[in-house]
Design a protein around this ligand. Structure first.
Ligand SMILES: [Zn+2]
Length: 396
């Protein structure tokens, strides 16, 4: 195994094993050869933690990937067709014989430095999805040298790559060199460096500084503690909720639905916020929330006199449309989070992405309140996703 691949596996394992940094199959990494002509990049659909020799990555021709980003003719295509065409060309740029398709962010990786670490840290996203988050970043990282780059929201894939292409050129003109840290609004963090360790330590540095600021804001706010039900009550209620969800989601998915209950810290920290109900109704925060959780969670508040929480959940489910935007997560006040999916892998993604979103929302709450994705962005994400699904079915 060459040194570049050893580094690639090492940085991928380092961030992939930390759910605070990436969830499900999210995030990606890349390593270029010393000459910069070839690049290892994460394959889409696999998780960073599962990468191993011969698995979970592709090696691509950097120049060919850059040519895809530079091709303005692609702008003429409908977004879903464009993403499919970009993916086809990225597959053509592979120089190995491995399985899997290169990440949709390969074009973006191609323009950056030798080592690239892209993560979706929920705490960092708390600022990237908050009304006053940009100000806070400016305060925390004012003395970064070279200065960081802040990129306003644009959908992942080709749109993001072309936007970055322009922004990086502007940044170079303005500061005489490329940035090492890039904050992508409502999305995540990109770090690039000429040493693998530097890419990892910068990721940790940004995460740590924001985590510190969040801790201070939380101490100042002194929210009431989460008051959970007794273990026995919890178990009985969770069983009722799952019983109500199973037939609904099995019908929506067209096959038996798997249901999962979580009451980890990210969930209870969110539920203890007095305005949790309002926050849960904010538009989706990040693209993965639209893709894996079907958008915002359904909020259910059990009434004191109501004996059956099952009936409450059934009536809440009746209100949501069974279609492209069916939410796959339910938040139950005082209890926790329920997720539904057709497979164990998707269930894990729905639950871990929603937990990250709840953390993002509870951070954003302290910095001017959450600022979700626009309806155009959500629609286009759903369009591309539906398209990918259809193509996946067609391909068997
Ligand atoms: Zn991303």
């Amino acid at each position: 195994m060459d040194q570049d691949l050893t580094d690639m596996l090492r940085i991928s394992k380092a961030v992939g094993g930390d759910e605070r940094l990436v969830q499900g199959g999210g995030g990606n990494t890349s390593v270029k050869t010393q000459a910069g002509d070839l690049m290892y990049v994460k394959a889409s659909g696999t998780s960073l933690a599962d990468m191993s020799e011969g698995r979970g990555y592709r090696q691509v021709d950097v120049e060919k990937c850059l040519r895809v980003v530079e091709d303005k003719d692609l702008l003429e295509l409908r977004p879903a067709d464009r993403e499919a065409e970009v993916l086809r060309r990225l597959c053509e740029s592979c120089v190995d014989r491995l399985d899997g398709r290169p990440s949709v962010e390969t074009g973006l990786h191609a323009m950056l430095g030798r080592y690239v670490v892209h993560t979706h840290p929920s705490v960092v996203n708390g600022l990237l999805c908050a009304a006053k988050g940009r100000e806070k970043l400016a305060e925390l990282f004012a003395d970064f040298a070279p200065p960081y780059l802040y990129v306003e929201y644009v959908n992942p894939g080709y749109s993001l790559a072309t936007r970055l292409y322009t922004e990086l050129a502007n940044h170079r003109r303005r500061y005489g060199g490329p940035p090492e840290v890039m904050f992508l609004e409502n999305h995540g963090l990109f770090v690039t460096a000429d040493k693998a360790d530097r890419a990892l330590s910068l990721t940790k540095e940004v995460f740590g500084a924001i985590e510190g600021a969040v801790r201070k804001a939380r101490e100042k706010a002194a929210l009431p503690p989460f008051s959970p039900l007794s273990a026995g009550q919890q178990e009985a209620m969770a069983a009722q909720v799952a019983a109500a969800m199973r037939p609904f989601y099995s019908a929506v998915l067209g096959r038996p639905a798997l249901i999962r209950f979580d009451n980890e810290k990210a969930v209870t920290e969110f539920l203890r916020i007095p305005r949790a109900r309002d926050l849960s109704k904010a538009p989706p925060m990040i693209p993965d929330q639209v893709v894996y959780c079907g958008g915002r969670p359904i909020w259910v508040e059990p009434h004191e006199r109501e004996t059956s929480v099952e009936r409450e959940v059934i009536s809440a489910l009746k209100e949501v449309e069974a279609g492209a935007d069916t939410p796959f997560c339910i938040l139950l006040k005082g209890l926790g989070l329920f997720s539904a999916a057709p497979s164990a892998k998707l269930l894990d993604a729905a639950s871990s992405v929603m937990q990250a979103v709840l953390e993002t929302l509870s951070v954003a709450f302290h910095f001017g309140g959450p600022r979700g994705l626009s309806s155009e962005a959500i629609e286009s994400l759903r369009d591309c996703e539906a398209d990918r699904f259809r193509r996946g079915l067609a391909a068997g």
